[in-house]
Design a protein around this ligand. Structure first.
Ligand SMILES: [Zn+2]
Length: 269
Protein backbone atom coordinates (compact mmCIF):
# COMPACT_ATOMS: atom_id res chain seq x y z
CA UNK A 1 0.00 0.00 0.00
CA UNK A 2 2.80 2.35 0.99
CA UNK A 3 4.80 1.29 -2.05
CA UNK A 4 1.87 1.95 -4.42
CA UNK A 5 1.35 5.37 -2.83
CA UNK A 6 5.04 6.19 -3.36
CA UNK A 7 4.90 5.18 -7.01
CA UNK A 8 1.73 7.18 -7.55
CA UNK A 9 3.18 10.19 -5.79
CA UNK A 10 6.29 10.12 -7.97
CA UNK A 11 4.23 9.60 -11.09
CA UNK A 12 1.99 12.47 -10.13
CA UNK A 13 4.98 14.71 -9.39
CA UNK A 14 6.52 13.85 -12.77
CA UNK A 15 3.23 14.53 -14.50
CA UNK A 16 2.78 17.92 -12.78
CA UNK A 17 6.38 18.90 -13.54
CA UNK A 18 5.91 17.93 -17.20
CA UNK A 19 2.56 19.74 -17.42
CA UNK A 20 4.00 22.90 -15.85
CA UNK A 21 7.02 22.85 -18.14
CA UNK A 22 4.73 22.32 -21.13
CA UNK A 23 2.36 25.11 -20.08
CA UNK A 24 5.25 27.47 -19.39
CA UNK A 25 6.89 26.71 -22.70
CA UNK A 26 3.74 26.83 -24.80
CA UNK A 27 2.30 29.91 -23.09
CA UNK A 28 5.65 31.65 -23.42
CA UNK A 29 5.64 31.00 -27.16
CA UNK A 30 2.06 32.23 -27.47
CA UNK A 31 2.74 35.31 -25.39
CA UNK A 32 5.60 36.44 -27.56
CA UNK A 33 3.58 35.76 -30.69
CA UNK A 34 0.64 37.77 -29.40
CA UNK A 35 1.83 40.25 -26.76
CA UNK A 36 -1.58 41.43 -25.57
CA UNK A 37 -2.21 37.97 -24.11
CA UNK A 38 0.45 38.81 -21.55
CA UNK A 39 -2.15 41.15 -20.14
CA UNK A 40 -4.72 38.35 -19.98
CA UNK A 41 -6.36 39.48 -23.18
CA UNK A 42 -7.06 42.96 -21.85
CA UNK A 43 -6.24 45.89 -24.09
CA UNK A 44 -3.45 47.70 -22.27
CA UNK A 45 -3.02 51.44 -22.45
CA UNK A 46 0.01 53.22 -21.05
CA UNK A 47 -0.92 56.76 -20.01
CA UNK A 48 2.01 59.13 -19.83
CA UNK A 49 1.43 62.51 -18.15
CA UNK A 50 4.25 64.69 -19.52
CA UNK A 51 7.00 66.26 -17.39
CA UNK A 52 6.85 66.11 -13.56
CA UNK A 53 9.00 66.95 -10.55
CA UNK A 54 11.62 69.59 -11.35
CA UNK A 55 10.44 69.56 -14.99
CA UNK A 56 7.31 71.69 -14.88
CA UNK A 57 6.80 71.80 -18.65
CA UNK A 58 5.07 74.85 -20.10
CA UNK A 59 3.75 77.50 -17.73
CA UNK A 60 0.31 79.08 -18.05
CA UNK A 61 -0.92 82.13 -16.21
CA UNK A 62 -2.15 79.99 -13.32
CA UNK A 63 -1.03 76.41 -13.80
CA UNK A 64 1.94 74.27 -14.80
CA UNK A 65 1.66 71.80 -17.64
CA UNK A 66 2.93 68.94 -15.43
CA UNK A 67 -0.01 69.39 -13.01
CA UNK A 68 -2.71 69.87 -15.66
CA UNK A 69 -1.74 66.67 -17.49
CA UNK A 70 -1.30 64.62 -14.30
CA UNK A 71 -4.79 65.49 -13.09
CA UNK A 72 -6.23 64.59 -16.48
CA UNK A 73 -4.19 61.38 -16.76
CA UNK A 74 -5.46 60.04 -13.42
CA UNK A 75 -9.09 60.78 -14.33
CA UNK A 76 -8.61 59.27 -17.80
CA UNK A 77 -7.01 56.16 -16.33
CA UNK A 78 -9.87 55.70 -13.88
CA UNK A 79 -12.41 56.01 -16.70
CA UNK A 80 -10.45 53.53 -18.82
CA UNK A 81 -10.22 51.02 -15.97
CA UNK A 82 -13.99 51.31 -15.48
CA UNK A 83 -14.39 50.55 -19.18
CA UNK A 84 -12.34 47.34 -18.78
CA UNK A 85 -8.95 48.44 -20.10
CA UNK A 86 -5.76 47.61 -18.32
CA UNK A 87 -4.06 50.92 -17.50
CA UNK A 88 -0.41 51.51 -16.67
CA UNK A 89 0.85 54.98 -15.76
CA UNK A 90 4.36 56.27 -16.31
CA UNK A 91 3.84 58.44 -13.25
CA UNK A 92 0.97 58.90 -10.79
CA UNK A 93 2.56 61.63 -8.70
CA UNK A 94 4.62 64.77 -9.20
CA UNK A 95 7.92 63.06 -9.98
CA UNK A 96 10.46 63.38 -12.76
CA UNK A 97 10.66 60.34 -15.07
CA UNK A 98 13.22 60.17 -17.88
CA UNK A 99 11.64 60.04 -21.35
CA UNK A 100 13.36 56.81 -22.39
CA UNK A 101 12.07 55.10 -19.24
CA UNK A 102 8.48 56.06 -20.09
CA UNK A 103 8.48 54.32 -23.46
CA UNK A 104 10.66 51.57 -21.97
CA UNK A 105 7.88 50.81 -19.49
CA UNK A 106 5.31 50.65 -22.29
CA UNK A 107 7.54 48.20 -24.19
CA UNK A 108 8.05 46.13 -21.05
CA UNK A 109 4.34 45.71 -20.28
CA UNK A 110 3.67 45.05 -23.97
CA UNK A 111 1.14 47.86 -24.18
CA UNK A 112 -1.33 48.02 -27.04
CA UNK A 113 -1.31 51.81 -27.04
CA UNK A 114 0.87 54.58 -25.57
CA UNK A 115 -0.67 58.00 -24.99
CA UNK A 116 1.51 60.87 -23.84
CA UNK A 117 -0.45 63.88 -22.57
CA UNK A 118 0.94 67.40 -22.92
CA UNK A 119 -0.14 71.02 -23.09
CA UNK A 120 0.91 73.16 -25.99
CA UNK A 121 2.41 76.62 -25.60
CA UNK A 122 3.35 79.52 -27.83
CA UNK A 123 6.73 81.20 -27.28
CA UNK A 124 6.62 84.29 -25.04
CA UNK A 125 7.63 86.63 -27.85
CA UNK A 126 5.00 85.31 -30.26
CA UNK A 127 2.46 87.86 -31.48
CA UNK A 128 -1.15 86.99 -30.50
CA UNK A 129 0.31 84.36 -28.16
CA UNK A 130 -2.71 84.22 -25.88
CA UNK A 131 -5.24 83.85 -28.70
CA UNK A 132 -3.67 80.81 -30.39
CA UNK A 133 -5.72 77.72 -29.59
CA UNK A 134 -6.42 74.17 -30.69
CA UNK A 135 -5.42 70.55 -30.39
CA UNK A 136 -2.78 68.59 -32.25
CA UNK A 137 -1.44 65.07 -31.99
CA UNK A 138 2.01 63.85 -32.93
CA UNK A 139 3.40 60.53 -33.99
CA UNK A 140 7.04 59.57 -34.22
CA UNK A 141 8.64 60.44 -37.53
CA UNK A 142 10.96 62.81 -39.26
CA UNK A 143 8.68 65.68 -40.24
CA UNK A 144 10.27 68.82 -41.64
CA UNK A 145 13.54 69.80 -40.03
CA UNK A 146 12.51 73.47 -40.01
CA UNK A 147 9.26 72.67 -38.18
CA UNK A 148 10.56 70.96 -35.09
CA UNK A 149 9.90 73.74 -32.54
CA UNK A 150 7.44 71.60 -30.58
CA UNK A 151 9.72 68.56 -30.69
CA UNK A 152 12.64 70.65 -29.43
CA UNK A 153 10.52 72.03 -26.59
CA UNK A 154 9.16 68.64 -25.52
CA UNK A 155 12.56 66.98 -25.96
CA UNK A 156 14.19 69.62 -23.76
CA UNK A 157 13.17 67.51 -20.72
CA UNK A 158 16.13 65.31 -21.65
CA UNK A 159 18.51 68.09 -20.60
CA UNK A 160 17.39 67.46 -17.01
CA UNK A 161 18.43 63.80 -17.28
CA UNK A 162 21.83 62.32 -16.51
CA UNK A 163 23.63 60.60 -19.40
CA UNK A 164 21.10 61.82 -21.94
CA UNK A 165 23.50 61.43 -24.87
CA UNK A 166 24.01 57.78 -24.00
CA UNK A 167 20.28 57.04 -23.61
CA UNK A 168 19.13 58.63 -26.88
CA UNK A 169 21.74 57.32 -29.29
CA UNK A 170 23.73 60.57 -29.27
CA UNK A 171 20.76 62.93 -29.69
CA UNK A 172 21.36 66.30 -28.06
CA UNK A 173 18.47 68.81 -27.81
CA UNK A 174 21.12 71.58 -27.76
CA UNK A 175 22.16 70.54 -31.26
CA UNK A 176 18.94 70.85 -33.35
CA UNK A 177 20.46 69.03 -36.32
CA UNK A 178 21.03 65.90 -34.25
CA UNK A 179 17.23 65.46 -34.13
CA UNK A 180 17.65 63.28 -37.21
CA UNK A 181 18.95 60.53 -34.88
CA UNK A 182 15.49 60.18 -33.32
CA UNK A 183 13.73 60.01 -36.65
CA UNK A 184 16.01 57.20 -37.81
CA UNK A 185 14.95 54.95 -34.95
CA UNK A 186 12.79 52.03 -35.97
CA UNK A 187 9.13 52.98 -36.25
CA UNK A 188 7.16 49.91 -37.19
CA UNK A 189 3.89 51.33 -35.92
CA UNK A 190 3.76 54.54 -37.93
CA UNK A 191 0.52 53.72 -39.81
CA UNK A 192 -1.34 52.54 -36.71
CA UNK A 193 -0.12 55.54 -34.73
CA UNK A 194 -1.39 57.89 -37.44
CA UNK A 195 -4.71 56.02 -37.47
CA UNK A 196 -5.21 56.49 -33.73
CA UNK A 197 -4.01 60.11 -33.85
CA UNK A 198 -6.50 60.88 -36.65
CA UNK A 199 -9.38 59.29 -34.74
CA UNK A 200 -8.43 61.34 -31.70
CA UNK A 201 -8.29 64.63 -33.60
CA UNK A 202 -11.71 63.86 -35.07
CA UNK A 203 -13.13 63.30 -31.58
CA UNK A 204 -11.67 66.57 -30.25
CA UNK A 205 -13.18 68.34 -33.23
CA UNK A 206 -16.66 66.97 -32.39
CA UNK A 207 -16.47 69.01 -29.18
CA UNK A 208 -15.79 72.15 -31.20
CA UNK A 209 -12.04 72.19 -30.59
CA UNK A 210 -9.87 73.67 -33.32
CA UNK A 211 -8.22 70.75 -35.14
CA UNK A 212 -4.55 71.55 -35.85
CA UNK A 213 -4.03 68.11 -37.31
CA UNK A 214 -1.74 65.11 -36.99
CA UNK A 215 1.95 65.61 -37.56
CA UNK A 216 5.13 63.58 -37.54
CA UNK A 217 7.80 64.86 -35.18
CA UNK A 218 11.09 63.58 -33.86
CA UNK A 219 9.97 63.16 -30.28
CA UNK A 220 12.27 61.43 -27.82
CA UNK A 221 9.40 60.04 -25.73
CA UNK A 222 7.97 58.20 -28.76
CA UNK A 223 11.27 56.96 -30.19
CA UNK A 224 11.75 53.19 -29.77
CA UNK A 225 8.01 52.53 -29.21
CA UNK A 226 7.05 48.90 -29.84
CA UNK A 227 3.37 49.77 -30.16
CA UNK A 228 1.23 52.53 -31.69
CA UNK A 229 2.20 55.66 -29.77
CA UNK A 230 1.10 59.29 -29.82
CA UNK A 231 1.80 62.52 -28.02
CA UNK A 232 -1.33 64.63 -27.82
CA UNK A 233 -1.29 68.33 -27.02
CA UNK A 234 -4.66 68.74 -25.33
CA UNK A 235 -4.74 72.53 -25.53
CA UNK A 236 -2.64 75.69 -25.29
CA UNK A 237 -1.68 76.60 -21.76
CA UNK A 238 -0.48 79.93 -23.17
CA UNK A 239 -4.12 80.73 -23.98
CA UNK A 240 -5.94 81.74 -20.76
CA UNK A 241 -9.18 80.46 -22.28
CA UNK A 242 -7.81 76.99 -23.01
CA UNK A 243 -5.90 76.93 -19.71
CA UNK A 244 -9.20 77.36 -17.88
CA UNK A 245 -10.92 74.87 -20.20
CA UNK A 246 -8.35 72.14 -19.44
CA UNK A 247 -8.92 72.65 -15.70
CA UNK A 248 -12.71 72.88 -15.89
CA UNK A 249 -14.89 69.82 -15.34
CA UNK A 250 -16.48 70.35 -18.78
CA UNK A 251 -13.08 70.48 -20.44
CA UNK A 252 -11.75 67.45 -18.60
CA UNK A 253 -14.88 65.46 -19.41
CA UNK A 254 -14.67 66.36 -23.09
CA UNK A 255 -10.95 65.57 -23.40
CA UNK A 256 -11.34 62.26 -21.56
CA UNK A 257 -14.43 61.43 -23.66
CA UNK A 258 -12.50 62.16 -26.87
CA UNK A 259 -9.59 59.90 -25.87
CA UNK A 260 -11.96 57.14 -24.72
CA UNK A 261 -13.98 57.29 -27.96
CA UNK A 262 -10.86 57.30 -30.12
CA UNK A 263 -9.43 54.33 -28.18
CA UNK A 264 -12.68 52.36 -28.55
CA UNK A 265 -12.86 53.15 -32.28
CA UNK A 266 -9.20 52.23 -32.77
CA UNK A 267 -9.63 48.98 -30.80
CA UNK A 268 -12.70 47.92 -32.78
CA UNK A 269 -10.80 48.53 -36.00
ZN1 LIG B 1 5.02 68.99 -22.68
Amino acid sequence: MIRIFTVNKNAMFNFIAFACAFCFFSSDQTLYAKPSLLNHGRFTVVIDPGHGGHDGGARGSRYNEKDVVLELALALGAAMEDAGYKVVYTRKTDVFVELYKRIGLANKVKADLFISLHCNSMPLNKKNRSSIKGVETFVSGSGRLDEQDIALRENASILLEKDYKKNYGGYDPKDPESIIILSLMKNAYRTKSIKFASLLQKEYNKDGRLDRGVQEKSLAVLARASMPAVLTEIGFISSPEEEEYMKSSKGKQEIIGAIMNATAAYKSN
